[in-house]
Design a protein around this ligand. Structure first.
Ligand SMILES: [Zn+2]
Ligand SMILES: [Zn+2]
Length: 913
């Protein structure tokens, strides 16, 4: 038999190309497609020739060209320059073919019963099953893709590849018929036993195993020839969906399916009811070993980039129509060429920086992950997990969190644990000790003009296996303040009327639940500040105010557009509903957190002038025969911000680097914009930033969420960002951020963010960028010249007895949406109220003091005024005493002069809102 791969591909293509004609004919039948499928099946089954199906037979391949035995062609990965960066090693070490005499009858029968109970009767296709599936399909309204795939068909499907991707419904039906045709042909050249054996040797059985022998060794640590009925059923249960029915990760799902396997075996006469019942009683899951036996052979460890690429390719192949087994087999032994987006020069810079332990703070801790499988003399297997180990030590060491100060200390503790938990005659079946240095790190570097991820690092320390935890692509971490720009200021400026000059009041402000929003620097409040300053200094209170004003829903919508897949608009966890459409999202307090690669892609959208591009790790995949099977070249892009908004954010985030919280990243050879991010207790620290060339995001934190306290740990994200990006930009010329059309500059009053009033705002003028048409026209509502009431701190009425004349700063009106959040808010303590006049226009009315004409003419006014005066004096004295108590050296505050009718009333009695 010719098992040549070339032959397979050739014949598969011949099938595809030769089917256009009959494909069109079938489509003429329109709604009767299903019927055609059934009829077609019957016809092929009986080898009769008829009309539309002649095409298939005429172009039918020589069946001797079909190979169902995988050949193990290696897949190669290339960088952007075409250099090979990885060879995806065929998982031959995990595929251990066995001969028929090693397959227990029950094992073979378990697969037959659950996958294809008429296997020994049909000729490759199961006509009875197809007719039933066809009828079901018609009933269900047209889903014919499911049902009645025989073991022979599955064998072909899993091992013969063609351009069976991105199929429309008609193509799916065509493919189904092709599959059926090939199945019938294969049955003519191979015995049932050969077909079943090939199937059992190649089927994907989860946990990186192909074939029953690899699975048997992996799960039960013995050859498949020794599998019991109960264990055989457990393995056969995995087949339909190796992730979902994995007996280690989803034992409860596997158990349901295993029950069905055993019931079906009984139903079809493979086993007796007694055998079934006794198998069902067996607690097979307690024997499954969680720990991988060390396997020999080629154990190439792939990089984090290649790991992430591998996951993407598998996902994309499955999305394109391959099943899990096909995708897996194709990737590891299909001889693919994958053209990645990695820039090897930049990856080398990242590796050099991140692999150099000297770049990390002293006092590295080691986080232990521990698994142990122990067998007692009576055969019982006990699995010890990291959680069991941790609770064992928690009982002995208060606050034990799996962190050790050295690898030796960890090993000592492990030895003590084993000595305690293992009994006489126990043997270790498997043990897995993983010590990961902490704090951990990640970085993603993207060319934001193309969406190419050019480099990534998913952790520090020696990488001992492929597809380990990748902190750049898999870990969900809280983004902290890096989110303020994305959740709040981007949508605010883009579509909710904010400008960089908009002023908010940094004052006691509470979330809807009453909890005060805290600034990172402590309890002090900084009063009126612009959005630009709030971004530069990463002000929390103002971010929450702005987010509340623009509405959490708008912020959430923008975040979705920025490509975050881990945010949620409602999820039930332990009976409680969580949603990210709420105020703490402003500061990056999320239900689940974000992935580094997605946070980086969102910043890349700002760097790219407001156009988001889905980040990608490869551009195309070519099969062993040179056909492009996935073309990922075209960027998946969309505009998420106006170009002007992107520029304004960039301008503000340049301040972060030149004079704000991110100063230490500034390597000086090109313009940089970015944002720091720190979560409570320094659990996560980020820097997301960009130049005109690249966007990079760095993260630092402990895998177990321990708090960082060492300043070097807290600064590590910024330190690493600078180290990597300065090297990347070494030979690149300086490039400043250019101002796009649609941006104007204007002078405003920095206290109000509004049009300055000549003579009043002269000391606080500032120049700011605005999107054309958004320059404020309203005049300053902070600066005020006139008389103030010393009792109220508001502009005085003409009747006020406590007037002080001069130039004052007023607290601007609080927008209605924020009033309930301001802890000290009363309707009159802001200087203005907006009312609608008789013409329907909104007008700003000055809130004057309470000494109205009516107030001043009431009965007993002299006593009232005297009392107010006494109260004011008492308050002033108390304040003075408090100030002196706090700082005895300080001189008593000067009493300002007053022109009020009553002397000696300090003007500042009610100052400060
Ligand atoms: Zn002003
Ligand atoms: Zn007054």
């Amino acid at each position: 038999m010719n098992y040549g791969k070339r032959g397979i591909v050739a014949q598969a293509r011949a099938l595809n190309s030769g089917t256009d004609k009959w494909g069109k004919k079938i489509s003429l039948f329109g709604l009767y497609a299903a019927l055609s499928l059934m009829i077609g099946t019957v016809i092929i089954g009986s080898s009769a020739g008829l009309g539309v199906f002649n095409g298939i037979r005429d172009t039918s391949p020589d069946i001797t060209n079909i190979s169902v035995t995988p050949k193990g062609f290696s897949t190669f990965v290339y960088d952007t320059d075409g250099n090979q960066i990885a060879k995806l090693v065929s998982t031959d070490s995990n595929r251990i073919p066995v001969t028929w005499d090693m397959i227990p009858e029950n094992l073979a029968n378990a697969f037959v019963a659950i996958e294809d109970n008429r296997f020994y009767e049909h000729n490759g296709i199961d006509i009875q099953g197809i007719i039933r599936a066809g009828v079901e399909g018609i009933k269900s309204g047209g889903d014919f893709s499911q049902g009645a795939s025989t073991i022979t068909q599955q064998l072909i499907k899993n091992n013969v590849f063609s351009g069976w991707t991105n199929e429309a419904t008609m193509q799916k039906i065509k493919r189904k018929i092709q599959e059926q045709y090939l199945a019938v042909q294969l049955e003519k050249t191979m015995s049932k036993q050969e077909i079943l054996l090939n199937y059992l040797n190649t089927i994907n059985l989860g946990s990186n195993t192909l074939g029953v022998q690899a699975a048997s060794l992996r799960y039960f640590n013995k050859s498949c020839s020794e599998l019991t009925l109960s264990e055989s059923a457990c393995i056969a249960a995995i087949t339909q969906n190796p992730s979902r029915y994995n007996p280690i990760t989803h034992p409860e799902k596997n158990a349901e399916r295993r029950k069905k396997v055993l019931n079906d075996m009984c139903k079809y006469g493979f086993i007796t009811e007694v055998e079934r019942d006794s198998a069902l009683e067996d607690d097979v899951y307690s024997r499954i070993q969680n720990v991988n036996q060390e396997t020999g052979g080629d154990s190439t460890v792939n990089s984090y980039f290649v790991d992430a690429l591998t996951n993407d390719v598998l996902d994309d192949l499955i999305a394109a129509g391959y099943n899990e087994t096909q995708a897996y087999t194709l990737l590891y032994s299909g001889g693919l060429k994958i053209y990645s987006t990695q820039d090897s020069k930049i990856q080398a810079i990242c590796d050099e920086v991140y692999q150099n332990e000297e770049n990390y703070p002293a006092g590295t801790k080691w986080l232990l992950s521990y698994e142990l499988s122990v067998q007692s003399p009576d055969g019982t297997v006990t699995n010890h997990s990291t959680e069991m180990y941790q609770s064992y030590y928690k009982e002995r060491i208060k606050g034990f969190n799996l962190l050790y100060s050295s690898e030796e200390a960890a090993q000592e503790a492990i030895d003590a644990y084993k000595a305690d938990v293992m009994g006489e005659g126990d043997t270790v079946l498997g043990e897995k000790i993983t010590l990961t240095p902490q704090p951990q790190v990640s970085i993603t570097v993207e060319d934001h003009s193309t969406g190419y991820v050019v480099a990534m690092v998913g952790g520090r320390g020696q990488k001992t296996a492929s597809r380990t935890l990748n902190r750049a692509t898999d870990a969900y971490r809280q983004p902290g303040s890096t989110f303020k720009v994305l959740s709040t200021y981007a949508p605010g400026i883009d579509s909710a009327g904010l400008t960089l000059a908009t002023v908010f009041n940094d004052a006691p402000f509470a979330y809807d639940n009453g909890t005060l929003v805290k600034n990172w620097w402590g309890s002090e409040y900084r009063g009126l500040n612009t959005v630009r300053t709030a971004i530069r200094d990463s002000m929390n209170v103002i971010a929450v105010e702005a987010f509340t004003l623009i509405t959490p829903q708008l912020g959430y919508d923008y975040l979705k557009n920025f490509g975050f897949t881990t945010i949620t608009d409602g999820v039930v966890i332990n009976g409680k509903v969580y949603s990210d459409i709420q105020q703490s999202t402003a500061l990056g307090g999320l239900t689940f957190g974000v992935k580094n690669i997605e946070l980086n892609a969102a910043y890349a959208a700002i760097a790219n002038g407001g156009v988001y591009i889905e980040p990608k790790l490869y551009t195309k995949i070519v099969d062993h025969d040179g056909n492009v099977i996935i073309d990922n070249t075209e960027p998946k892009s969309k505009r998420v911000l106006k170009e002007t908004t992107a520029f304004l954010l960039t301008s503000a985030m340049s301040d972060v680097v030149t004079s704000g919280t991110g100063g230490s990243v500034n390597f000086g050879t090109t313009a940089i914009a970015g944002k720091t991010g720190t979560t409570t207790n320094y659990v996560d620290v980020w820097f997301a930033g960009y130049t005109n060339y690249y966007t990079a995001t760095t993260w630092t934190g402990y895998d177990n969420n321990a708090h960082m306290s060492d300043p070097a740990e807290k600064n590590l994200s910024k330190t690493m960002w600078r180290k990597v990006m300065s090297k990347i930009h070494e030979d690149l010329p300086y490039s400043g951020f250019s101002v796009p059309s649609g941006i104007v500059t204007a002078t405003v009053c920095s206290r109000s963010g509004k049009a300055p009033i000549e003579g009043l705002c002269n000391g606080t003028l500032m120049s700011e960028y605005f999107e054309e048409g958004t320059v404020p026209t309203e005049s300053c509502d902070v600066h005020y010249a006139g008389t103030m009431c010393a009792i109220d701190g508001r502009p005085a009425t003409e009747f006020c007895p406590f007037k002080t004349a001069g130039v004052f700063e007023l607290t601007p009106e609080v927008p209605a949406a924020l009033q309930s959040g301001f802890v000290n808010y009363t309707p009159t303590n802001s200087a203005y109220t907006t009312v609608t006049d008789e013409n329907g226009n909104e007008v700003r009315v000055l809130n004057t003091c309470h000494h109205t004409g009516e107030f001043m003419t009431q009965e007993g006014i002299d006593a009232i005024i005297a009392a107010e005066q006494a109260q004011a004096i008492a308050a002033a004295q108390a304040a003075q005493a408090a100030a002196q108590a706090a700082n005895p050296e300080a001189p008593a505050p000067e009493q300002p002069a007053t022109d009020s009718v009553v002397n000696e009333v300090p003007a500042d009695v009610s100052a400060g809102n």
